[in-house]
Design a protein around this ligand. Structure first.
Ligand SMILES: [Zn+2]
Length: 482
């Protein structure tokens, strides 16, 4: 397996979900407002202004550091990173350099071999987000760019991993785990556009390292890395070498492209930020409390609800899904756990994904109602899916969402019973209409019975219990033989 040669490291920038910016009182809730409306002399970098550190941002960063098993450094320091770029109004970024807030730590993921594996972290540091350039037209050929400083000064943490991931898929798992942890900590909103940005470095063992800059989506990271693995392998296969370089990921085309200007080793002339004191947190870090984190909750779901490890992993992989599951099973007291795990993790998750909906749009009580109908055998699994789709589509269209009972009654989805004349009628119709399949069945051909049962399912629109229908069909075929 050639993939064993892949080595991936990630630098993940996450916006901390504080109310105000890192060094001033400007609101961070800028996404629906016009450009340059959330700015003040401090975050515009006007001369003579002084930064005031946001206590909440440091508290959030320490929560992350503790949750990721890092060592919080008692005295860290902010530094100026000097460079010129139009989105950086001060011509320097306030960041942490040689004395970051936290060192070490790890993230546990399910490795490609199925075993839990620790990906070691190098460090976590705090810094300010630069502004945002809006290119008019195409980034390469556009005539000019506009700059929006609403984002300038938003608190960021940068989480740097060791190069320990062995495939693009492991990188995705790492990010998913990180996102879940940050969400559980209440310090990060993954749904906000641009709240997470990733620089990835990748090399095939023994050759040069390539850095891919500024990937802005979770899926993008895996895609960009997959593209790079193929590109680099092709280079080596053709006897060429892989250049050490920085590349950009073009999201729309799913490819990486060499950054046009060769980025040389920049000399950022870091020096300690003279307007901020060293950050001393020794007495503070002890008081930083952590909530239940994804791994602990996963274990609890296995113990308390009897979930399979896979279901527990899916359910706890997103805070909202975990909360939804617990709300659904609490509504009934007991007995629905297994059913709820399967229906939420396997079925509902897919339907939501297909509609690009979040799980929080659904009412847990309604979902419990659906599971009760399934458990009681009032409807078949197939009808259950139909009821769920109706509820989701009603929500999507902004209509009133019906109760599962109302949908079952309106669409006549209640399961047929063995002595149901309509069902028996359908069985006999199918036998009459498909003489060839009946012949095949008699000749002992595999699949003929399944075909006949399938045809009857279609006629009864999935209302019949498949096992029951199978039995009725075999009986009917037997009596047709005599
Ligand atoms: Zn400001």
């Amino acid at each position: 397996m050639i993939d064993a040669d892949v080595v991936v490291g990630l630098e993940v920038h996450c916006q901390l979900d504080t109310k105000s910016k890192l060094f001033c009182g400007c609101s961070t809730d800028y996404r629906n407002d016009g450009p340059n409306t959330h700015v003040c002399p401090v975050c515009l970098g006007l001369p003579g202004t002084m930064p005031v550190l946001n206590r909440r941002a440091i508290e959030y960063a320490m929560r992350v550091a503790k949750a990721l098993n890092c060592t919080v450094i008692p005295e860290s320091e902010f530094s100026r990173k000097n460079y010129f770029y139009p989105d950086l109004d001060k011509a320097y970024q306030v960041t942490q350099y040689d004395k970051p807030l936290a060192l070490g730590g790890y993230v546990e993921i399910e490795g490609d071999d199925g075993k839990e594996r620790r990906i070691q972290l190098t460090r976590i540091h705090v810094e300010e987000d630069p502004g945002r350039l809006v290119h008019m037209g195409n980034a390469e050929r556009g005539r000019y760019s506009l700059v929006d400083y609403n984002r300038a000064g938003i608190p960021l943490i940068e989480i740097v991993s060791e190069p320990e991931m062995r495939s693009p898929k492991e990188a995705r798992k790492f990010l998913n785990k990180l996102r879940a942890t940050l969400e559980y900590l209440g310090v990060f909103d993954p749904e906000k556009e641009g709240s997470l940005r990733v620089d990835a470095n990748i090399s095939l063992r023994g050759s040069e390292r390539v850095e891919i800059k500024n990937i802005t989506s979770y899926k993008g990271v895996e895609r960009a890395l997959t593209f790079e693995v193929t590109r680099q392998k092709n280079q080596l296969r053709r006897g060429l070498k892989v250049d050490r370089e920085t590349r950009h990921y073009l999201e729309a085309r799913g490819i990486t492209q060499s950054a046009r200007s060769k980025e040389q080793e920049n000399d950022y002339r870091y020096f300690p930020e003279p307007d901020l004191r060293p950050l001393r947190v020794q007495s503070w870090v002890k008081d930083v409390k952590l909530p239940e984190l994804p791994d602990a909750r996963r274990e609890r779901f296995v113990q308390q609800y009897g979930c399979s490890l896979n279901h527990a992993r899916t359910l706890t992989g997103e805070l909202k899904m975990a909360n939804f599951f617990e709300a659904v099973v609490a509504g009934d007291g007991n007995g629905l756990c297994k059913l709820a795990a399967t229906w939420i993790a396997d079925t509902l998750a897919g339907e939501l994904n297909y509609r690009s909906m979040g799980i929080d749009v659904l009412d847990a009580k309604r979902f419990t109602g659906l599971l009760v109908l399934l458990k009681a055998g009032t409807i078949t699994d197939k009808s259950g899916i139909e009821v769920m789709r109706v509820m989701l589509d009603e929500r999507l269209k902004g209509e009133t969402v019906e109760t599962p009972e109302a949908i079952v009654s309106r669409l006549n989805l209640a399961k047929t019973t063995g002595d149901d004349t309509a069902l028996l009628g359908a069985v006999h119709d199918v036998i009459t209409e498909n003489p060839k399949a009946v012949e095949d069945y008699k000749a002992g051909k595999n699949g003929a019975l399944n075909f006949l049962v399938g045809q009857t399912m279609k006629k009864t629109r999935g209302r019949a219990d498949p096992g029951e229908l199978n039995r009725l069909m075999v009986e009917a075929l037997k009596s047709a033989e005599q």
